[in-house]
Write a protein that binds this ligand. Structure first.
Ligand code: ZN
Length: 333
């Protein structure tokens, strides 16, 4: 059987992992909401009163199929909400990302889906399970956000592969406007997020797409570590759960102090199969490296830390040639 079925998984979590929103959709339709299901694993709930400018919130999970804790968290949030659908104070779109990969308990089937969210699809891109799914998600996202004069928010919920000096952190596209940036930082802190990386390079991530194409206040949120579906300790995610819950029930973004902000100092691009990291695979995210430390070698290209201490994030020498094998970030005071 598929990996998802192997665990002791509740019915609501299983339905969500399979992209089945039937029950939630019925409940909100009966309560008078406008409900759309543009594709499997995609749900849109909006107030029938179009004059109400409610904030629009996109919550996405499972863009990486093995990152299951956010799936469980979203199932719980929606389950609680169906008990009192009128408590929903925002227009909400929920996306369960890579359904095929979730079913197999894998990060992806053919290619990393979180590199495929680009307004213009590269004509040369090969058709894969992931390009097709990313296309369906982008079309639905566009129908939810485009031409709408409302505050737009997108929280793309992930879990990190490796241990981290900051157990929870976020990557925020630097294209978002200043006002939104401060509100977003406040939300992140309230959600228990310790660090935020401001990323100027759109890397084809879902959050960079919604920020650039629709002006959404977007973040890729890394909530703890990868675990199996049904086997996650959700108490680790209680702060994030609470902060989302307050938002969807009040339409107000709960504010907190800002998390530690980091800026990208350099991207490590893997140019060839000769690419080799200067440290071992167990290195934690946000491990500090003093000036001039050797980071990686790739034929004639040598990556070194610059004049100030840099911190390594997402080191992964096993990516395909041409892709990003890691980020080096610096602290912003
Ligand atoms: Zn992920």
């Amino acid at each position: 059987m598929q990996a998802v079925m192997d665990n002791d998984v509740s019915d609501t979590v299983r339905a969500l992992a399979e992209g089945d929103f039937t029950q939630v959709a019925d409940c909100f339709a009966n309560a008078g909401f406008t409900v759309r299901l543009p594709a499997r694993g995609i749900l849109q709930l909006s107030s029938p009163n179009r004059l109400l400018r409610r904030p629009r919130l996109l919550l996405s999970v499972g863009v990486h199929g093995d990152e299951t804790a956010p799936i469980e968290m979203l199932a719980q949030l929606l389950d609680e909400l169906t008990a009192e659908p009128h408590a929903l104070a925002v227009d909400l779109m929920a996306v369960v990302g890579n359904l095929a990969a979730i079913a197999q308990g894998k990060r992806f089937i053919e290619v990393d889906m979180n590199r495929l969210f680009r307004a213009e699809l590269q004509p040369t891109a090969q058709q894969t399970v992931e390009t097709e799914r990313a296309g369906a998600i982008m079309r639905a996202t566009s129908s939810f956000f485009a031409g709408v004069e409302a505050e737009k928010w997108h929280l793309d919920l992930h879990t990190a592969i490796r241990p981290s000096h900051y157990p929870t952190f976020a990557v925020v596209p630097s294209t978002i406007a200043d006002v939104r940036w401060h509100a977003l930082l406040g939300w992140l802190r309230r959600a228990g997020i310790g660090a935020a990386i401001l990323n100027p390079k759109p890397a084809g991530t879902f959050s960079s797409y919604t920020a650039a194409s629709f002006g959404a206040a977007s973040a890729t949120v890394e909530l703890g570590q990868v675990g199996t579906l049904g086997g996650n300790d959700l108490s680790q995610f209680a702060d994030a759960h609470k902060a989302i819950d307050i938002f969807i029930r009040s339409a107000k973004v709960p504010a907190g102090d800002a998390p530690q902000v980091f800026k990208v100092a350099q991207e490590l691009i893997k140019h060839s199969d000769a690419f080799k990291m200067g440290f071992d695979g167990s290195t934690k995210n946000f491990t500090p490296m003093p000036p001039d430390t050797l980071i990686a070698e790739d034929g004639d290209t040598v990556y070194r830390v610059g004049a100030e201490t840099e911190y390594v994030v997402f080191p992964n020498p096993d990516v395909r040639v041409g892709l990003r094998a890691g980020l080096m970030v610096v602290r912003e005071e």
